[in-house]
Design a protein. Structure first.
Length: 242
């Protein structure tokens, strides 16, 4: 018996980062180099702030959001427990798949890739040994983004329960007193994606593929785990009760 819901890790391997010599890789490197630098003048003040904001605990962001939505829709204790269980199962499986990909592809982080860009075989990238990112670089491979993968899974579950277009607010332990507002779960997902790039610790492809992986895993979990028994509310019934 496996410790995850998905049938096998092999079926949920991310497609992999672009080859170092491709135009997509050069675009990813150059965007992170420009927007993710600790001293970037291209990044706005708000982009700097939300990069720091979203660098907090990802499950915490989405669990607080799930509780907020459960209270808005007046879910029972049982329904709330069901929501949180499904979302956290999806997020856990997505993160397992994310780490499988990280140690399958073992892609360097921007802080290394940009410093050594003259050695990557790509004529469209230029090395900058003194480059440093806005955020502290995590000590594990770059591809795919863990924050993005977890956010893709959690967002997908919340959208399945309530519909995507729900306004909500979220706070971060890294920016006390700051509250950010969103009109949909997917718009928050996009903010997470940008935050990892503008923080200088990820490439765009890692965030896009991570969120897609999270959504794919969530779809399986929604269809196969903790299915409601007779008499329980269907997964998306809250959407029809707005």
């Amino acid at each position: 018996m496996t410790p995850w819901v998905i049938p096998s890790l092999a079926q949920y391997l991310a497609p992999g980062p672009p080859a170092l010599t491709t135009a997509q890789y050069a675009a990813d490197v150059n965007e992170s180099k420009l927007m993710g630098s600790a001293t970037s003048s291209a990044r706005s003040v708000d982009q700097t702030l939300f990069s720091i904001f979203w660098n907090g605990n990802t499950p915490g962001f989405w669990n607080r959001t799930a509780v907020q939505m459960a209270e808005r829709y007046d879910l029972s204790l049982l329904e709330k427990a069901h929501l949180l269980a499904v979302m956290n199962l999806a997020e856990a499986d997505a993160i397992i798949c994310c780490w499988q990909a990280k140690y399958t592809f073992v892609l360097w982080r921007p802080v290394t890739a940009i410093a050594l860009a003259d050695l990557d075989g790509n004529a469209d990238t230029t090395g900058q040994p003194s480059w440093t990112p806005l955020l502290v670089t995590p000590a594990h491979p770059e591809y795919p983004s863990g924050h993005s993968t977890a956010s893709g899974a959690s967002s997908a579950v919340l959208a399945a329960f309530f519909g995507d277009e729900n306004d909500f607010s979220v706070t971060s332990e890294l920016t006390p007193g700051v509250t950010r507002y969103f009109s949909s779960f997917s718009s928050a997902e996009l903010a997470v994606r940008d935050a990892r790039v503008f923080g200088g610790i990820h490439f765009r492809t890692a965030c896009i593929d991570g969120q897609a992986l999270g959504k794919t895993v969530a779809a399986y979990v929604l269809a196969n785990a903790l299915q409601p028994i007779h008499g329980n509310r269907p997964l998306n019934s809250a959407t029809t009760e707005q």
